[in-house]
Write a protein that binds this ligand. Structure first.
Ligand code: BGC
Length: 520
């Protein structure tokens, strides 16, 4: 795939030669498996906490309460805070780990961060699979969470730093693709292992996550670190050689100079955290690193990912049909991600956000309305088969919309808009906010459903409307812009340009003059 990075230098375009070589594709593919271990746990969580033998062993009183519940209102099922807290422990551990990923990356590089992450995950998965008591189970889950947190910090950054600009979207979305593959494999594994006689199948499901983790650990040994990470750690010559190898062209000096300049700039920043939060220079980046992950979770996607079987059972499907329906939404999730892979670098990030967002709003309103028409406010009654089918259909339309907008963009945008100086810190915030709200939504979903009833879908629909307007007004387009050059897009944006030019330094003043010239 031939390609060239286009740099918009105010009034001229510069191009770096480069293409997606087999080598760069391989490296990005290995890094993207980080998404798979994350997705696997999202899918696994749902199955594990509804497995009887698992509950009897580790949560006997919760199991009894679940058994004893008499459901009179479809909206209000038994809600065990202990059980959801156990589910959340993984995401909370990932949240904490995200803050260690930055210093680790600075000291050892992104590649070794992924290696350590995979290792922690493998130990955690084996410990969980072999758990004989609650302490073992929880320790395993926390280690798995730490692996997930480190990986989802390092993987998207690794890919965006390796990829040539014009194909960065496509390569980065491999990460989201792997998340969806992870979720789907977990639903299939859950389904298959639940059939094992003796009821110990969940152990296989838990331990199986070690397989993709081993792929990352072994793969990490075979791939190089990113050029900019190598330069930052004083390995300029290795960085130049790596750049030549991954670009597949002989002369990479221009790009190398740009990366070195970015690295110099970042070295001038001694305290990235202080710089990000208090210098006032990174207002757009700070806004996006807080809001993108928050909004991504407020789309309500994990209500579907965690609770699809419960939801489909609520609308009247039998146990088996519910599982099949969640496999269907899982498949829709995987295949729709290809739409983003094929179009993100062509139509751009904004178009996908706006189209996908609109599709999600419409389908959420329809799902809420169908459920409301059948169950009303009381939550009593049964749903007809046609209605149940319509609900599954529009849940699929919703999942498809997410899969080519907020899903991939929720990881792509953060990975490409932070300058090197604050990249690790900002990505830690992105991951931590995402993990916190993943846990939060999981924790409050059943309570929300009980109170808001079918209005829950309008609630999330309202959020998607808000975030779609936010994107329409405030997200600049980043397709084709090299990562180390994204600073220019803020300077041209109608809103952000008021905040980003730093007149206190000479470069900023010069930049301002140039922009003024360009605009006149
Ligand atoms: C989100 C997850 C979600 C998944 C669904 C990811 O981008 O971060 O929370 O479960 O997409 O495919």
């Amino acid at each position: 795939m031939p390609g060239a990075v286009i740099v918009h230098h105010h009034n001229r375009y510069k191009t770096y030669p480069g293409e997606v070589t087999g080598f760069v594709f391989f490296a990005c593919l290995i890094a993207s498996v980080g998404g798979c271990i994350f997705g696997y746990d999202i899918g696994l969580t749902a199955g594990l906490t509804s497995t009887e033998t698992f509950l009897i062993k580790f949560f006997p009183s919760t199991y009894q309460q679940l058994k004893d519940q008499v459901v009179t209102n479809q909206y209000c099922k038994f809600d065990s805070q202990v059980l959801t807290l156990f589910s959340s422990s993984l995401f909370l551990s990932a949240m904490v780990a995200a803050f260690f990923a930055g210093p680790m990356g600075r000291a050892f590089g992104r590649k070794w961060t992924m290696f350590v992450a995979a290792f922690a995950y493998m130990i955690g998965a084996c410990l969980g699979g072999a758990a004989e008591n609650f302490a073992m189970l929880l320790t395993g889950r926390i280690l798995v969470g730490a692996g997930v947190g480190l990986c989802i910090h390092a993987s998207p950054l690794y890919i965006s730093e390796m990829a040539p600009g014009p194909q960065r979207g496509m390569l980065n979305i491999l990460f989201q693709l792997m998340i969806t593959v992870g979720i789907l494999s977990a639903s299939l594994t859950n389904y298959w292992t639940s059939k094992i006689a003796g009821g110990w199948g969940w152990r296989i499901a838990v331990a199986f996550g070690a397989v993709p983790a081993a792929v990352i650990a072994l793969g990490a040994l075979a791939i190089p670190d990113t050029p900019v990470s190598l330069i930052s750690r004083g390995e300029a010559e290795t960085a130049r050689a790596t750049l030549a190898q991954i670009r597949g062209v002989g002369d990479v000096s221009e790009e190398f100079e740009d990366l070195s300049a970015a690295s110099e700039d970042s070295k001038a920043v001694a305290h990235p955290w202080r710089e990000l939060f208090f210098s006032g220079k990174y207002k757009p980046q700070l806004t996006f690193c807080l809001l993108i992950p928050f909004f991504q979770q407020l789309t309500g996607i994990n209500v579907i990912m965690f609770y699809a079987p419960v939801l489909f059972k609520t609308v009247g499907f039998k146990q088996n049909a519910s599982l099949v329906s969640s496999v269907i939404t899982g498949l829709v999730n995987v295949f729709s991600t290809f739409v983003a892979i094929m179009t993100a670098d062509k139509v751009g990030r904004r178009a996908l956000f706006l189209q996908g967002g609109t599709q999600m709003i419409i389908s959420q309103i329809l799902v809420g309305t169908f459920i409301g028409l059948q169950f009303g406010m009381s939550g009593r009654g049964a749903i007809s088969e046609q209605y149940a089918m319509c609900i599954v259909l529009f849940v699929c339309v919703y999942v498809a919309g997410f899969a080519w907008s907020w899903g991939p963009m929720g990881w792509l945008i953060p990975s490409e808009i932070y300058p090197l100086a604050v990249r690790s810190a900002a990505q830690s915030v992105t991951v931590a906010v995402n993990m916190f709200f993943t846990a939060f939504i999981g924790q409050i979903f059943l309570t929300l459903l009980c109170h808001l009833r079918f209005g829950l879908f309008y609630f999330f629909g309202g959020w998607v409307l808000l975030m779609t307007l936010f994107i329409a007004m405030l997200l600049p387009e980043t397709k084709n812009v090299p990562v180390e050059d994204v600073a220019h897009v803020w300077r041209k944006h109608w809103f952000w340009r008021k905040f980003v030019v730093d007149t206190s330094d000479a470069r900023g003043a010069e930049m301002r003059k140039k922009i003024a010239l360009e605009m006149s």
